[in-house]
Design a protein around this ligand. Structure first.
Ligand code: ADP
Ligand code: ADP
Ligand code: MG
Length: 665
């Protein structure tokens, strides 16, 4: 076994690899860019080497510097993770030339599988089923059009060098072919440096099912069952699970053997994934499932943890063992699976805005309970900490949440519960969207295909499962709780103070989206009562529980509230929402004048007046300072005028709505 390895990656996968190395007693060297100087993956390793600027091309893709770093630190091998250099044949060769072990397949296997068209020709020879299509080298547009017409529409044009869901065009009819071909070629040459394409039959409502394979240097090759990655957006995976619902032992074996044949055809070593596209007549007819080779990913896959969860194996450990020359730890018949696992990719993005990637700081980053790289019912793999920034330089994936259960139903329930406990504030994420997907009929009933998100879109986007009543009750309860714990001079936090001044009620302005509404908070013999908008006036009770409150109003709901100024982020087991509790003092100029009376917008104490009777004031000029909730607030003139009368003196308590001074209009 190696004594020291270099991890040529960042983020969650670098942390993931480091965790196994640590467990195995293998020392680790991290590499990092300017933006990652203080990143979690750097701290997860024993040593770290700076390799350049923030953009990947200046650091994580600078393979000569990475090789130099390995040599300088005495690392014997390099783990490339996924992305970056993991499928770069030249890098694998350069490692070998520098006397370093590349923890991955031989360069020749990367090359053979690197281009979709060439790999399909190879697979055809190895007897692996292919989607009907054209993958020849003749790229004459007229010939491609003729091939598409022969295959029959719809067809898919794919950039042969493509990846990551880019460089694909679906074509509905012959007349659209040429325009789609041109646009696909343009994208391909820009993204991948080659405009060679292949053409395939576009499989309707297909499933994406892939097989994990593993080879060793002794020529053994096994499969570690399948993963279903059908839930996709923009041809990119969102949720992955193992085993594939509806899979039969016969089909699993057929697909497993086909994947092993594919791997053996290129003398594969290490971890790899053979992706198949699966046609199905109906969701409940596994016997109708027909599978076709799509591509082979010659690296560890993002979704490998679901395979680890059902097999109880550590695939990174296997990678290290195989790369150091050991045979595969298990033979095919000794590899078992148990239960069901699902992974959700938590990404910084805005699902309601076409999944546009988001950047920002993880101001609040609370993970579900039971988090580590240990196998357990809930696993959370990430490469960030609270306070870290998701920058525009790298992938938008923040974390992977993996759950395991004895059955799919149990795994689903655990996934939903763990997503509910994932609280992220500071940037947009897809956490709530994932919850909607998990609860959709299609996903819950395992009617899986790549069109699932489109089909269910009515219930996936622009949803607010919390509701205004519950959100308002949560933010008001949280505010009262904070005021009580501060125990300040605010009359609302002291029953006597509050009674002696006759303050019995408080009006609050809430905003959700563009909608603004008033809530009425009343303190009576029975305690607090709250009325939201036109709703009923109901008792409001709350008690601290964990990191949040049990709130009992129109319903009983556990809520955790995080504040960003006036904006409250409310997390409940049902979902999360955002609502603002407007500080009336901050909006004094807008709200303080009611029917010509200049009134105290909330209960508090007069600190001082900035004006005296007879002063001429301009709109926006400070008139008085009030203290409420342990803070001073300045009240500004709503319009120009003359101060006619001051109705209170400094130190006086003010009830909400009390007229403070008279200003001429
Ligand atoms: P998986 O097959 O496990 O879903 P992807 O194919 O989405 O993984 O790729 C995994 C990661 O590798 C992505 O997050 C991305 O960063 C990187 N990646 C994959 N293909 C490309 C590509 N062609 N160009 C740039 N990055 C890529
Ligand atoms: P990439 O290298 O970008 O991952 P793939 O060839 O693996 O490209 O395809 C990505 C996704 O596109 C698949 O998971 C599937 O959803 C869809 N897809 C690929 N080929 C077909 C096809 N022939 N018919 C329908 N959908 C396809
Ligand atoms: Mg793919």
């Amino acid at each position: 076994m190696f004594k020291k390895i270099l991890i040529a990656n960042r983020g969650e996968i670098a942390c993931r690899v480091a965790a196994t190395a640590l467990r195995m007693g293998v020392k680790t060297v991290a590499v990092y860019s300017d933006a990652d100087a203080d990143a979690k993956h750097v701290q997860a390793c024993d040593e770290a080497v700076h390799v350049g600027g923030s953009a990947p091309k200046d650091s994580y893709l600078q393979w000569q510097r990475i090789i130099d770093a390995a040599k300088a630190t005495g690392a014997e091998a390099i783990h490339p993770g996924y992305g970056f250099l993991s499928e770069n044949e030249a890098f694998a060769n350069a490692c070998a030339q520098a006397g370093l072990v590349f923890i991955g397949p031989p360069a020749s296997a990367i090359l053979a599988m690197g281009l979709k068209a060439e790999s399909k020709q190879l697979m055809e020879k190895a007897g692996v089923p292919l989607v009907p299509g054209y993958h020849g080298s003749n790229q004459d547009p007229a010939l491609l059009q003729a091939e598409a017409d022969r295959i029959g529409y719809p067809v898919l044009i794919k950039a042969s060098a493509g990846g990551g869901g880019k460089g694909m065009r679906a074509v509905e009819k012959s007349a659209d072919f040429m325009a789609a071909l041109e646009s696909c070629k343009r994208e391909a040459i820009n993204s991948f440096g080659s405009d060679a394409v292949l053409i395939e039959k576009y499989v309707q409502r297909p499933r994406h099912i892939e097989i994990q394979v593993f080879g060793d240097t002794q020529g053994n090759c096994v499969y570690l069952f399948e993963r279903d990655c059908s839930v996709q957006r923009r041809h990119q995976k969102v949720l992955e699970e193992a085993p594939a619902p509806g899979m039969t032992p016969e089909l699993r074996q057929q697909m497993g053997l086909a994947a092993v044949a594919a791997a053996k055809a290129v003398h594969y070593v290490g971890a790899g994934t053979v992706e198949f596209i699966v046609e199905q007549a109906a969701y409940d007819q596994p016997e109708s499932m027909r599978f076709y080779f799509m591509e082979m990913n010659t690296r560890l896959q993002v979704e490998h943890p679901v395979t680890e969860a059902i097999t109880g194996l550590d695939l990174v450990e296997w990678q290290l063992r195989v790369a150091s020359g050991e045979p595969l730890p298990l033979a095919q018949e000794d590899i078992r699976m148990h239960g069901h696992a699902i992974e959700a990719r938590i990404c910084a993005e805005n699902p309601d805005n076409n999944f546009l990637p988001a950047t920002g700081t993880l101001q609040i980053y609370r993970k579900p309970q039971a988090v580590s790289f240990e196998r357990g019912v809930v696993r959370f793999d990430d490469g960030v900490r609270e306070g870290d920034t998701i920058s525009p330089f790298y992938d938008s994936m923040v974390a992977k949440l993996i759950v395991h259960g004895d059955t799919r139903e149990q795994a689903l329930a655990r996934l939903d519960a763990a997503l509910a406990q994932t609280h992220i504030v500071g940037l947009n994420t897809n956490v709530q969207f994932l919850r909607h997907v998990v609860r959709s009929d299609s996903f819950a009933q395992a009617r899986l295909d790549t069109a699932l998100i489109q089909r269910e879109e009515a219930i996936l986007f622009y949803q607010d499962p919390v509701g205004l009543q519950a959100a308002a009750a949560a933010v008001v309860a949280d505010t009262l709780q904070v005021e009580q714990s501060l125990g300040g001079a605010d009359p609302f936090s002291h029953r006597d103070g509050f009674q002696s001044h006759g303050v019995t009620q408080r009006r609050l302005t809430l905003m959700q989206g563009e909608q603004s509404l008033t809530a009425l908070l009343v303190y009576g013999r029975a305690g607090w009562c709250l009325q939201v908008g036109d709703g009923e006036l109901l008792p409001l009770q709350f008690s601290v529980h964990g990191d949040g409150l049990w709130v009992h109003h129109a319903e009983r709901l556990h809520s955790t509230v995080y504040w960003q100024g006036e904006v409250a982020h409310v997390f409940t087991p049902r979902g999360a929402t955002r609502i603002s509790l407007l500080d009336p003092l901050a909006h004094a100029g807008e709200v303080a004048e009611e029917g010509g009376r200049l009134t105290a917008p909330m209960p508090g104490k007069v600190v001082s007046f900035a004006v005296k009777v007879g002063d001429k004031v301009k709109a926006g000029q400070p008139l008085a300072v009030m203290e409420a909730m342990k803070m001073e607030h300045t009240l500004a003139a709503p319009h120009d005028g003359e101060v006619l009368e001051l109705l209170y003196a400094p130190g006086d308590q003010l009830a909400e709505g009390a007229e403070l001074l008279k200003l001429s209009s």
